[in-house]
Design a protein. Structure first.
Length: 159
């Protein structure tokens, strides 16, 4: 089994079972037909950033480490959106709870689709034409946050 396949299986095992030790992980992998050494499992745990965390009873078990996002560690979705804003957005205007985004020709539907897919919390819905996307927010405050993000995508956030 290749490393990437083994990593996916280890992640699945950690999500589905309570694994407290490397020996338990090795036993579960063996049970699933995967042959690996203790050293390999140890490297996999390090590579996958697996840590021990207490369960509801205070007993430690393996979990995937989840970093808290900072301005420096934006999500992949946010990075993709920022790149799109920089590449295709020409002008941004706000009218109450609506944010009007003018894009390069034939890019508004794609921009709206990305926003709809990512579902930022301050956006209710989008409507797109040929080169204009209307972003609908629930109120003026949310629309102001969206407008600020579109004007300053690398420093402001809507996530």
């Amino acid at each position: 089994m290749r490393k990437t396949e083994r990593h996916l299986l280890i992640k699945q095992i950690i999500e589905d079972y309570t694994i407290r030790t490397q020996d338990e992980m090795l036993a579960k992998l063996t049970e699933m037909g995967v042959s690996a050494t203790q050293a390999t499992i140890s490297r996999d745990i390090r590579d996958l950033k697996i840590v021990k965390a207490p369960d509801e009873n205070g007993v430690s078990h393996f979990v995937l480490f989840k970093e808290k996002e900072t301005a420096e560690s934006k999500s992949e979705d946010e990075k993709r959106l920022i790149q799109m804003i920089e590449d295709i957005v020409l002008k941004v205007e706000r009218v109450h709870f609506l944010t009007i985004v003018h894009t390069l020709p034939d890019n508004a539907p794609l921009f709206a689709a990305v926003l709809d897919e990512i579902k930022p919390p301050h956006i209710v819905s989008t409507i797109a034409g040929f080169d204009t996307t209307i972003i609908i927010s629930k109120d003026d405050e949310d629309a102001q946050l969206v407008e600020n993000f579109l004007h300053h995508p690398t420093t402001a956030t809507i996530f």
